[in-house]
Write a protein of this length. Structure first.
Length: 259
């Protein structure tokens, strides 16, 4: 009887030992699984989402054909811009200077003022001493020389030396018989040249050929066309169409607004 009690006691101890080992193993297994799950969560959390690409630059209308380019000018542009639809120029000179046969320069709608004009020349003589009126005059050797300005300068502008008041210089190219260069209003918009009481030249053309000026309103502005110093440099094949010229104080004989 005593032997039987001992046997049952040993069996109970053995059973408890096995149970303990099994419980310990299960807990360890659960602990490992939990740790693995946390590791996987941490790995997923560390993955960074790639930033979204910037939106594409707006593309405007461009009617140029055969690989020719389009440039854009706007009242609120900057001449340090690239002349694209999204980053237009402020004045026409930098756009005109970059053109090649077949290219188009578009003018966005709005009122263009004296700030949108470019220098085309200056008065050679002056009796007025500095200080000079910015934009309207240039200080040359202490004398104030009146500046000639135009919105669309189809003429070269250069001079000797370096005079800050006369910068920048530019050279305007020519079109060809089959591929003129066009300056026109952007489709559906109305660019207006209006410098107020200070009337002047809307378009100045000198010794250029195969150009088209299309679709502008010029208030108090004239179109000046000069022939050239030599036969080889004579202005020719200039097309001016769909422009409204009005409120001009001066007269041009039988053709007010054009010289």
């Amino acid at each position: 009887m005593h032997h039987s009690k001992v046997t049952w006691g040993i069996f109970l101890v053995f059973a408890l030992l096995v149970t303990f080992i099994l419980l310990a193993s299960i807990q360890r297994f659960e602990l490992v699984l939990d740790t693995s799950s946390l590791s996987q969560v941490a790995q997923v959390t560390d993955v960074q989402t790639a930033p979204e690409p910037p939106p594409p630059e707006p593309q405007g209308t461009c009617e140029a054909q055969g690989g020719a380019k389009c440039y854009y000018v706007a009242t609120d542009g900057l001449d340090t811009n690239a002349g694209t639809f999204a980053a237009p120029y402020k004045t026409f000179a930098p756009a005109l200077a970059k053109t090649k046969p077949g290219d188009i320069v578009y003018a966005r709608g709005g009122k263009y003022t004296i700030a949108n004009t470019s220098i085309t020349g200056y008065n050679q003589t002056s009796s007025k001493s500095a200080p000079c009126t910015p934009v309207f005059e240039a200080n040359l050797n202490g004398k104030c020389h009146g500046l000639n300005r135009a919105f669309i300068p189809l003429k070269d502008w250069s001079y000797s030396g370096t005079v800050p008041d006369l910068e920048p210089k530019y050279t305007i190219p020519n079109g060809t018989a089959g591929n003129p260069i066009t300056v026109k209003a952007y489709p559906g918009e109305n660019p207006v040249f209006d410098r107020g009481a200070q009337q002047g030249t809307g378009v100045n053309i000198s010794e250029k050929w195969y150009w088209v000026i299309d679709g502008f309103e010029m208030k108090g502005e004239v179109i000046y066309i000069w022939g050239g110093l030599t036969t080889a440099r004579n202005t020719h094949d200039i097309t001016i169409r769909n422009n409204e010229i009005h409120s001009v104080a001066a007269t041009g004989g039988n053709n007010p607004g054009a010289y």
